[in-house]
Design a protein around this ligand. Structure first.
Ligand code: ZN
Length: 106
């Protein structure tokens, strides 16, 4: 005999409202799918492409400009209350650059 369990815990929050997030660099509001979430993981910041990682998160557009701005003006550090290491900063910058430069044929 099978037992079906329906977990319905988080169903109630803001049922009609499409969740909007704000890009920390340009302050544009957009749906989750148009933005990339960044989360703090220990002493580092990493991308959270599925939006499932726990913890404090900030959002950035799918645009290299916003990533550069977010890093340069320390929006990410402020938003996540973290001090980015040089390596971590570079990694995120590289990631941002990859977003709008898909044509690079190396
Ligand atoms: Zn933006």
């Amino acid at each position: 005999m099978k037992t079906l369990r329906v977990e319905n815990r988080q169903q109630q929050q803001r049922a009609r409202h499409v969740p909007e997030r704000t890009c920390i660099a340009c302050r544009r509001k957009a749906g989750k799918r148009e933005l990339i979430r960044l989360v703090r993981s220990g002493e580092a910041v990493e991308t959270d492409l599925r939006g499932k990682k726990p913890g404090r998160g900030v959002y950035l557009c799918l645009s290299s400009e916003c990533w550069e701005k977010g890093l340069k003006d320390n929006h990410i550090e402020r938003g996540l209350r973290i001090k980015l290491s040089a390596d971590n900063r570079l990694l995120l910058l590289e990631y941002g650059r990859g977003l709008t430069k898909k044509e690079s044929t190396k």
